[in-house]
Design a protein. Structure first.
Length: 417
């Protein structure tokens, strides 16, 4: 199963769907330098020194205006300031409210109310916590008997991939959780984001009883997740609001059922155009109409993330982030690209919620830069080692030698060990 032991230190941009600018995500790799010497000793004295150095660094960066430090540094194709809304990145205080809005079921009272009881029950070193590791965001399209195009899979391949993930400690979160840094998976497990584009009938349909059809992708996800103790069938489903799961009234009803399973409904525009070819007002209308249609059908959902059709940005990238038209308004906290590497941790200095890379699903271990190939790279550790949770959404635990990767905006929650 091993892909010839190849562990790339760098992933070059590749073009997965014919667009010219689809996959320009910043390399994740940055060699740790700060604190490496000290951290190589495992004594508590060494840890103290590293911790002190980290705090000093954080203070220094804050004093110097740390907000600028998070900009990707190697890619001319990255979003410019227009898209790079500092509000989305620099405000860890947002997390509390965001959690409440999105998912009120978890540990809402852990903060402030009962600090002693909320003391970390888990030693991060014991579970190998690394909350600066990468998070795979996997992209699914259609299930087809013949395997379809490079974007598609057979049902058997799809089942195989989901089971492999869950057997190997991956636990689904949504794109909005990733964008917000609101990761609540159990200690020692690894977040993964499962995304589904285009709202086709192979992804979801309803049975006569109004249940999710168990032969569709999302029905299969629900079925397989139910076989595991700690796996919730979370997914982020990017719908074309003008063509919902077959474009029928029954297709419209699918949304509410997906929502009831805890899945996120995301924006994939109203008619799936190439946004680059549209005038600004048309871009706004495509995005705002999607939000209006979805929130009319599912009134208690929020549409806060976008998957760009074809992975193509509008000419003015800021149009993809927020705007309004006669149909209403939109305000995206996360934007998904098409390819082709794992996302950085949301606490990594190079994480940009408005340009989240995805990996195309593929069970062939030889298919470079696709999911099975990537999972082997991720599992083999090194600079692409996975995000491993410490079980406490309020702290960010990681081996001290990785401290340099931390976004200084999150220094107050850091728990190096
Ligand atoms: Zn699409």
């Amino acid at each position: 199963m091993r892909a010839a032991g190849k562990v790339p230190c760098r992933v070059h941009r590749t073009d997965l769907s014919g667009g010219s600018e689809l996959v320009r995500t910043p390399p994740l790799r940055r060699q740790p330098t700060l604190g490496t010497t000290n951290a190589s000793t495992s004594s508590s004295g060494g840890r103290t020194v590293v911790l002190a150095a980290l705090v000093a660094l954080a203070l220094l960066l804050v004093a110097c205006g740390a907000g600028d430090e998070v900009a990707p540094d190697e890619d001319a194709g990255e979003p410019t300031e227009e898209v790079d809304d500092p509000d989305l990145r620099d405000d860890p205080a947002d997390d509390g409210t965001a959690e409440d809005e999105v998912d009120g079921t978890e540990e809402d009272d852990a903060e402030g109310v009962d600090e002693e009881a909320a003391a970390p029950p888990v030693d991060p070193a014991e579970v190998g916590a690394n909350e600066l590791g990468v998070v795979p965001v996997v992209m699914y399209h259609q299930l087809r008997e013949d395997g379809g195009s490079i974007y598609d899979m057979t049902e058997e391949e799809y089942r195989q991939e989901l089971e492999w993930m869950f057997d190997n400690g991956y636990r689904p979160i949504t794109t909005s959780q990733l964008a917000r840094g609101d990761i609540d998976v159990p200690a020692g497990t690894k977040p993964v984001v499962l995304t589904y584009d285009d709202s086709t009938t192979t992804q979801a349909q309803l049975t006569d009883d109004g249940e999710l059809d168990p032969t569709t992708s999302l029905g299969i996800l629900v079925e397989i997740a139910a076989r595991y103790d700690e796996v919730e069938p979370r997914a982020s489903v990017y719908v074309i609001s003008g063509s919902l799961f077959g474009g029928t009234a029954a297709g419209e009803q699918v949304l509410e059922v997906l929502h009831s399973h805890g899945m996120e409904i995301g924006n994939h525009t109203h008619t799936h155009p190439n946004l680059r070819g549209l005038a600004p007002a048309e871009v706004r209308d495509e995005l705002a109409t999607n939000v209006a249609v979805v929130t009319e059908l599912v009134p208690d959902t929020e549409v806060v993330t976008l998957s760009l059709p074809l992975g193509v940005w509008p000419e003015d990238r800021s149009l993809a982030v927020s705007g309004s038209s006669d149909a209403g308004s939109y305000d995206h906290e996360g934007i998904l690209l098409v390819g082709a590497n794992p996302a950085p941790s949301p606490f990594h200095a190079e994480f940009d919620p408005l340009a989240i890379p995805r990996i195309r699903s593929n069970v062939d271990p030889e298919a470079e830069l696709e999911s099975t190939w990537w999972f082997e790279v991720i599992e083999s550790g090194g600079s692409n080692a996975p995000y491993v949770s410490d079980g406490n959404p309020d702290t960010i635990s990681f081996p001290a030698e990785l401290a340099e990767r931390l976004d200084p905006a999150h220094a107050d929650r850091a728990n190096p060990y």
